[in-house]
Design a protein around this ligand. Structure first.
Ligand code: HEC
Length: 94
């Protein structure tokens, strides 16, 4: 019984970790695609790690106003990703 509980908790934890990694990777791809249409992503990369989540959200919303093609849900996903992305994060940064 105890082993079964440990196995269940272990599998659940692994599944959660895997989905987190997957979500992070697809947000990274989404950002690289949506944010490279008008200007170099260098503009973005030089700011990674230097902005609060609120400022990233404002930035991404402003880009939507500039004409960037993103749904409102993608704006949130991309802003959250940029707020946690490390400087030099791939595939956004070269
Ligand atoms: C439709 C064209 C377009 C797309 C797509 C676009 N941008 Fe921009 N971006 C601009 C323009 C125009 C400026 C300069 C004016 C301004 O800052 O609003 C700019 C400037 C910037 C700046 C420099 C100003 C600042 O706030 O430091 C950053 C950072 C930035 N964009 C990030 C992004 C991100 C992140 C994405 C993807 C969500 C993105 N851009 C997609 C048009 C675009």
């Amino acid at each position: 019984m105890k082993k079964l509980v440990i196995f269940a908790i272990g599998s659940y934890t692994l599944l959660m970790l895997a989905s987190l990694v997957y979500a992070q990777a697809s947000a990274a791809k989404l950002a690289a695609k949506a944010c490279s249409a008008c200007h170099s992503t260098e503009r973005i990369c030089e700011k990674l790690g230097k902005r609060t989540p609120e400022v990233w959200l404002q930035t991404v919303q402003r880009m939507q106003g500039n004409g960037a093609q993103m749904t409102d849900a993608e704006v949130t996903t991309i802003a959250e990703y940029l707020a946690t992305a490390k400087p030099g994060a791939k595939p956004l940064c070269q």
